[in-house]
Design a protein around this ligand. Structure first.
Ligand code: FAD
Length: 358
């Protein structure tokens, strides 16, 4: 009976766990090694900023595994012996496997920047859990917040925080010349106008050298002070993968079949994978779409059939939650700003979350 060990309860693994009955019917024993709760990024900015309840994006992974007949080990992966096929958990347990799949997400990568440990990081999402408490701790005078990184998550957080009554000033600091550089030009300008109207001070061309508890320093010696700082620069694969010898900062190198480039018994999916046929942005949609491919692959390999490949779609709908009821939907060069996109986002997010909560 082949043993399948799923490490991490990211989007693709949640899909596989939910349908683990099919794997059991094909002869697998399925184990899941993961923290008890999964935090959904689609609502992360809203929960972190207090616009939604703190548990609005949480999935109880242990409960899902329980109803799906998957043996759950609460914890994280610490080390791996790929030759002996043994994974060691944070509790020191040794788990043997025949097939391993890794879906452990990503972390914020502040290359070349010194960052004080108290600074909040947007990934892993658990790093945002303290934001609300930190803001409240600033007392009656209100907090000054610096968000470093003008990409999607930095924009969402800056926009959300700018409408909080206990935040007196939001500063958005970006190394490049533009914020929202990946957005269509019109959408980018719309967000710039929104942030200006909400009093957000945008500092572009500021390459942060040192991000401290109360102050940041840029390469040109500009200093910006704050009560709370949030690091929202680009995402990279967890350093653990290098320690395991499975990949580098770009992730676990996988073929189109989602299998490790050199090891047929190891799969990697989502943000922690480096898709060799072509680079994929670190967005949840790839993890979601890789779930069905991974499940089919696991079923087909026990039948000795050719394995399916992941074919990323060229475009994905992305919707930013900009706080105060506003959203911005982007589909290729098209975009739509207003209450409608946010309603659509909430509908999509609720439907997805419901699948794994029932
Ligand atoms: C603020 C913010 C908002 C975002 N909003 C969106 C959005 O609206 N839409 C979108 O498409 N993308 C969004 N993203 C990007 C999105 O978060 C990622 O692309 C997505 O979460 C990746 O999914 P994943 O399944 O690879 O990993 P994750 O969703 O990160 O899941 C990985 C899981 O593995 C667990 N884990 C970590 N290390 C270990 C270990 N050693 N052992 C076991 N388990 C481990 C983690 O606890 C986590 O539960 C956002 C990102 C941020 C930071």
């Amino acid at each position: 009976m082949p043993v399948l060990l799923l490490v991490g309860a990211g989007h693709a693994h949640l899909y596989v766990v939910k349908r683990a009955g099919e794997l059991a019917a094909a002869g697998y024993r399925v184990y899941l090694l993961a923290p008890r709760f999964f935090d959904y990024s689609g609502v992360a900015s809203a929960t972190a900023a207090g616009a939604l309840a703190s548990d609005a994006g949480q999935i109880d992974v242990r409960a899902l595994a329980g109803v799906s007949g998957v043996e759950f080990h609460e914890g994280t992966l610490e080390s791996l012996d790929p030759e002996a096929r043994i994974a060691v958990t944070s509790d020191g347990d040794h788990l043997s496997y025949d097939v391993l799949s890794i879906n452990i997400g990503s972390v914020v990568a502040p290359a070349g920047m010194h960052v004080d440990p108290v600074v909040l990081r947007v990934k892993p999402l658990s790093g945002l859990a303290d934001l609300d408490a930190r803001l409240r701790a600033s007392g009656q005078q209100g907090a000054t917040v610096t968000v470093v990184g003008g990409g999607a998550s930095g924009l969402e957080l800056a926009a959300h925080l700018s409408v909080r009554s206990d935040v007196v000033q939001v500063r958005l600091v970006e190394a490049g010349t533009l914020i929202g550089a990946d957005l269509p030009e019109g959408a980018r300008k719309r967000i710039v106008r929104l942030l200006a109207a909400r009093g957000v001070a945008v500092h572009t061309g500021c390459v942060v050298r040192d991000l401290g508890e109360r102050q940041l320093v840029c390469d040109d010696d500009t200093e910006i002070s704050h009560d709370v700082a949030l690091l929202a620069v680009g995402l990279t694969a967890p350093p653990l993968l290098v320690e395991l010898g499975l990949g580098d900062g770009r992730g676990v190198p996988v073929r189109a079949t989602l299998q490790h480039v050199d090891r047929d018994d190891i799969y990697a999916v989502g943000d922690c994978a480096r898709f060799l046929p072509g680079p994929l942005p670190r967005i949840g949609v790839h993890g979601v779409r890789q779930g069905p491919v991974l499940l089919r692959s696991l079923l087909m390999r026990v039948r000795g059939e050719p394995l399916p490949v992941y074919e990323p779609q060229r475009r994905a709908l992305s919707i930013l939650d900009l706080g105060d009821g506003a959203g911005l939907a982007v589909w290729g060069p098209r975009w739509w700003y207003g209450a409608g996109p946010l309603r659509l986002k909430r509908y999509i997010d609720r439907r997805w979350l419901r699948t794994y909560r029932e």
